[in-house]
Write a protein of this length. Structure first.
Lengths: 305, 294, 540
């Protein structure tokens, strides 16, 4: 890589020797060290503390060491499994839906019909609307009686949907808000990737076949696989953290139907003041995320060389 | 060939199937636009409704309900100091986080772009920063709360700046690294021959050349901090309360005051909306941390 | 002159936003509000403010509801009067309701404590006292330099909440409790009376005296079109959304099945089996999954079905709106319903709102014999459901005397009663000054002048008076350390049962198991001690 200043690496041209090499590495680290130390102080160190907390039980007088008891309790706690199941379902559905809708939109916009520039600009807005405001506002949109959605459904002769009072529909409601907010992200990335596909390639393919489906599947998709993969991973990790929407729209209900893992950590730790147990839930979340991270590093790590 | 919308089109005369597809595409676009804009429209009319109207369905002002400015008046005058305080806090915290993240991130990005590390490879360091985005805030919120309490940093802007700088540093590191990669080495070599230090080279030569990315990364950092909720909610309760928490404050003992949620939503989305529209060209690169060139 | 001014105000309003009617009414209400407040201020005891307080300020934390909202409203409203009275002032910090516990505990526990006083929920009292975060206020109660509150006029159940053990900690302010609201016009309509009689073989109870009767009535009104053809007609409206205080409904339903009078001369005496509710006072074993609670939950599930299925997603606002908007025949809730019903901006049923105290039960569970016994008559158990927002003083307050002066002043009969008559304050009646003669000193005119329909006001005030002063028994209020955790478990599992996810017994078993964990985590023997102090159990 000719952009590396010391293109020949720390070995230099052999003339400097060890002291030059040492000063090279010193200089190198002086740039990254501040950031590295900061992240350590504000991430690694707190993580260690969370781990430590997860081995404690929080009582009236403070914390008591209890080893792995929190995790044992977690294993048999149906509320934990419910939150885990809910979170994973949420991630899976959200990623799939935003992917499909975003890609379809990108394909549609890529045709270049009029108004696409305006639409592309508008589509940035949802990503920067505060999720909690959307959640609260969503309450009025999802009203069973007198909400605009059910109103429209009634107008076309369908029965009103219990958006927030039925466990399964409540999940659909929070998914709807999340999809609304993050589809633009997929859309914009896929669009950018589509536009990087050389037009000549597509024209050549067009000459071979006039039907667009094979062009799409054999040429376009493989060429945008990289960005698609990145988008999928980023969506997965974002969706995994979901909190704002269940917090505002459903309070995790009805029952525990929409209680995400982060919501559980918040309620257990900061409302019920049961820090030890909350930390153990957080540790589990961490482990799950690390699995995703490792998959990501294996597949895409080389782009960061 | 690029048409006037900046979208590349295939050349040639559109076939009839193409025209049909165009119609479908336009229809999709229109539907999508309605879908994107509806919540904002809903927020706008809800902010103009009397509380009792909020529970009754109505879409069109004047026709279906009498609009009132009382919610806006109440928010901007009665609660004005709280609202502007919230906006001010959001701004200061966003700015602070952005500056810290950009400062440390630019340095690290430059290092990663220009040096070959030993022991810990460049790729490992990059992924170390990137993994920040993967980290669930739930995993660090409890210790943050605990230490902030012990160090009397609760309800201060400092602690929120620190937290948000951490969350948004990956954007700075990876975007700036990308940007520095794009600057030809020759520009720096001349200065190096003259005896300038690496830092001086960075500041005087390379950094100015990366200005667009610098701005974009800074703005992404700012925008993400603006909407951050969990940490702001837990770590602040009176003096350092940003806008996102003020929105949560509309839920009182009787339920949510939707009319205030709407006014605050609209007030809260204005700054990031304006600012993001300025840098929309860099949005894709920014949001994917450099993996996809927008 | 005054009339001409208000006409101009009307025209201006019309021109600006086309809400002329509201504008004019608001203008004259504002005048009345001000004049009655001036009178109350003049008449209220003022003690003797310390001149050294001039220019000082303190911080008071409370519910986030704004200058015209519940609980925080009066703090903003009375500030200029307080400044005139003492030369000192205060800063109001608003905290989102859902996070009050966490934020207040955080502040009290931190070194840089900002809150000098907190007007918070009484359910936090246990945590406050256990952690020694607040100061006892006995010394201010009989000191002539401080405004004198009339402690004897406070209903016993609320007085108990202001105390812990042998000391007073909180100042008289809000008095929460839930009562039944129903549509007077429907219940007195012969058509519905006849139909009900035919279907249920007894006369339509006006009002329902037991929960069983209430269930019958709710099912009845849910099934007939009393609201006109094709329009919504719900039997009852309950706020059952998880995380929105829905569990109080369950507590009120369970109370008459669970709480029994003690044998002997003092029916209110707390024994192991009488006047207990949450736990067995000897060992903190949860009682929540025993037979009477199961029956209560099954009753609540049936009640839920006698109304809209959307109730599971209704917070207070939506549930009240169903009743106030004329869709539901009954509503069981806090003391905000009638005040809201009287304002045209919020309701269409002004003049039709009757109220009655909480229904009871004809049978009670005998914990000792583990069987149902027939009550003599109807077992009536009152409640103080809710938060009963009251002021306490932080141990770290820089000027506790000044803070105590303010809180005592707010608790004086004149100011406190004014707060209860003006709905925006969210303060509910609970002292003799709020109730009518011959029992109390309030006049119906106070309410009529504030915009209430005469009969609505009478029914509302009398319902609370009966429940607070005439009901023989009361539902014990939970305020031990860890209360939010206990209540959260209750809330979530109840929601599971209501949504049909699990059976009533299973949900209650889950609650009991959660409660045992919490008790053990907080150390059982300590909790036993706190619980006994909280409910006044001294053995037996």
């Amino acid at each position: 890589m000719s952009t590396t200043l010391e293109a020949r690496g720390p070995e230099g041209d052999g003339a400097g020797g060890t002291s030059w090499r040492r000063s090279y590495h010193l200089r190198a680290w002086s740039f990254t060290a501040p950031g590295v130390v900061w992240v350590f102080a504000f991430t690694i160190f707190p993580l260690a503390h969370t781990l430590y907390l997860s081995l404690q039980s929080t009582g009236l007088g403070g914390n008591r060491f209890v080893g792995l008891r929190n995790f044992v309790r977690l294993w048999s706690d149906y509320r934990f499994w419910s939150a885990l199941r809910l979170t994973l379902t949420f991630v899976a559905v959200s990623v799939v839906v935003t992917l499909v809708v975003g890609t379809v939109l990108a394909l549609a916009v890529n045709r270049g019909v009029r108004g696409t520039r305006v639409f592309r600009t508008l589509s940035i807005l949802p990503m920067f609307a505060a999720p909690i405001a959307l959640g609260y506002l969503g309450l009025t949109i999802f009203y069973q009686q007198g909400g605009p959605i059910n109103n429209v459904l009634a107008a076309v002769g369908l029965r009103p949907v219990p958006w927030l009072s039925d466990g399964r529909w409540a999940l659909v409601s929070i998914l709807a808000v999340d999809v609304w907010q993050w589809t633009p992200f997929v859309f914009l990335v896929v669009l950018a990737a589509l536009q990087n596909v050389p037009a000549e390639l597509l024209e050549a393919a067009r000459i071979e076949t006039s039907s667009s489906w094979p062009v799409l599947t054999r040429i376009t998709f493989p060429l945008i696989r990289g960005p698609l993969g990145t988008v999928i991973i980023l969506r997965i990790v974002e969706a995994f953290k979901v909190f704002d929407i269940p917090f505002t729209l459903t309070n995790g209900g009805p029952g525990v139907a929409t209680r995400s893992l982060t919501y559980d950590v918040y309620t257990t730790g900061l409302r019920n003041q049961n820090f030890g147990y909350a930390a153990s839930i957080a540790v589990v979340m961490l482990v799950l995320v690390m699995v995703v991270a490792i998959v990501f590093y294996r597949s895409y790590g080389s782009t960061y060389e | 060939m690029t048409d006037r919308d900046g979208i590349r089109r295939l050349g040639g005369v559109p076939a009839r199937s193409d025209r049909l597809k165009d119609v479908v595409a336009s229809a999709i676009l229109v539907l999508a636009a309605v879908w994107v804009l509806f919540p904002f429209y809903w927020a706008a009319i809800t902010s103009l409704k009397q509380p009792v109207d909020v529970f009754r369905l109505s879409f069109v002002p004047w026709v279906q309900f009498s609009p009132t400015l009382s919610n806006w008046r109440s928010e901007l005058f009665y609660r004005g100091s709280a609202i502007f305080g919230g906006l001010g806090n959001s701004f200061l915290i966003g700015l602070g986080a952005c500056l810290v993240a950009m400062a440390l991130g630019t340095l690290a990005g430059y290092g990663l772009a220009r040096f070959r590390y030993r022991g810990w490879r460049n790729r490992d360091i990059s992924l170390y920063f990137l993994s920040q985005r993967f980290l669930p805030p739930a995993a660090t919120i409890l210790p943050f709360f605990y230490f902030a309490q012990r160090l009397d940093l609760l309800d201060t802007r400092i602690i929120l700046i620190a937290a948000n700088a951490t969350f948004t540093m990956p954007f700075a590191v990876l975007l700036m690294r990308d940007a520095f990669h794009g600057i030809p080495i020759e520009m720096e070599e001349a200065a190096r021959v003259d005896g300038a230090s690496s830092l001086q080279i960075l500041l005087r030569i390379s950094l100015p050349l990366t200005a667009p990315t610098l701005v974009a990364a800074g703005i992404i950092s700012f925008a993400f901090t603006w909407n951050e909720f969990l940490f702001a909610f837990v770590l602040s309760y009176s003096r350092a309360v940003p806008m996102s928490v003020l929105i949560a404050g509309t839920q009182d003992v009787m339920g949510v005051q939707f009319w205030y949620v709407s006014t605050r939503l609209l007030l809260a989305i204005l700054p990031p909306a304006i600012v993001v529209l300025i840098v929309q060209r860099y949005i894709v690169t920014g949001l994917t941390l450099g993996a996809v060139k927008g | 002159m005054a009339k001409r001014c208000s006409t101009y105000a009307v025209l201006a309003g019309f021109l600006l936003v086309g809400t002329a009617g509201v504008s004019q009414a608001a203008a004259s209400m504002d005048e009345l509000e001000k004049s009655t407040a001036e009178k109350a201020f003049a008449a209220a005891p003022k003690g003797k403010p310390n001149p050294a307080w001039k220019g000082q300020t303190f911080t008071i934390a409370t519910l986030a509801a704004g200058p015209r909202g519940a609980i925080s409203g009066p703090l903003y409203f009375w500030k200029p009067y307080f400044e005139k009275l003492t030369g000192a002032t205060y800063r109001v910090v608003e905290i989102a309701f859902g996070d009050m516990q966490a934020k207040i505990e955080t502040d009290f526990a931190s070194g840089a404590s900002q809150y000098d006083a907190v007007v918070g929920g009484q359910f936090m009292m246990g945590d406050y006292v256990a952690n020694d975060w607040i100061i006892p206020v006995d010394k201010y109660l009989n000191d002539p330099s401080y405004p004198k509150m009339d402690l004897d006029s406070i209903a016993p159940a609320y007085k108990a909440l202001d105390r812990w053990g042998d000391h007073w900690y909180a100042f008289n302010n809000d008095h929460d409790g839930m009562i039944l609201y129903y549509r007077r016009d429907l219940f007195s309509d012969k058509k519905w009376q006849d139909q009900f009689q035919v279907k249920y073989k007894y006369a339509l109870p006006n009002p329902p005296k037991t929960w069983q009767q209430l269930l019958d009535v709710a099912s009845f009104f849910n099934s007939v079109e009393w609201n006109g053809p094709g329009k919504e007609h719900q039997g009852v409206s309950l706020h059952l959304k998880v995380g929105e205080q829905g569990f109080f409904d369950f507590l009120s339903i369970a109370a008459p099945y669970v709480v029994s009078a003690a044998p002997g001369g003092n029916p209110k005496k707390v024994t192991r089996y009488n006047n207990v509710f949450w736990f067995d006072p000897t060992d903190m074993k949860p009682l929540v999954n025993t037979a009477p609670f199961v029956k209560a939950l099954e009753t609540e599930i049936a009640l839920y079905k006698a109304g809209s299925s959307a109730q599971l997603s209704w917070a207070l606002g939506e549930a009240w709106n169903a009743f106030l908007g004329g869709q539901a025949a009954m509503c069981y809730s806090f003391g905000d319903v009638t005040p809201l019903a009287e304002s045209a901006a919020n309701s269409v049923i002004k003049g039709k709102v009757a109220a009655s105290p909480t229904p009871g039960s004809t049978e009670v569970w005998d914990f000792q014999g583990k069987k149902w016994v027939k009550a003599s008559g109807v077992n009536l158990v009152g409640n103080v459901d809710g938060a009963s927002w009251s002021g306490v003083i932080s141990r770290k307050a820089k000027n506790p005397d000044l803070v105590a002066y303010f809180l005592a002043w707010q608790g004086t009969p004149e100011i406190n009663h004014w707060n209860t008559t003006w709905g925006f304050t969210g303060i509910n009646p609970g002292t003799k000054y709020d109730f009518f003669a011959p029992f109390g000193t309030a006049k119906v005119e106070d309410y009529v002048n504030a915009g209430y329909d005469r009969q609505d006001a009478i029914d509302y005030v009398n319902a609370y008076q009966k429940q607070d002063f005439e009901y023989p028994l009361q539902l014990p209020y939970l305020r031990i350390p860890g209360t939010p955790a206990y209540l959260e478990s209750l809330d979530v599992h109840l929601s599971e049962a209501l949504s049909g996810h699990v059976s009533a017994q299973e949900a209650l078993n889950r609650i009991a198991s959660d409660w045992d964990e919490i008790t053990d985590r907080l150390e059982r023997d300590k909790q036993v001690k706190f619980y006994r102090e909280a409910i006044g159990y001294t053995g037996g």
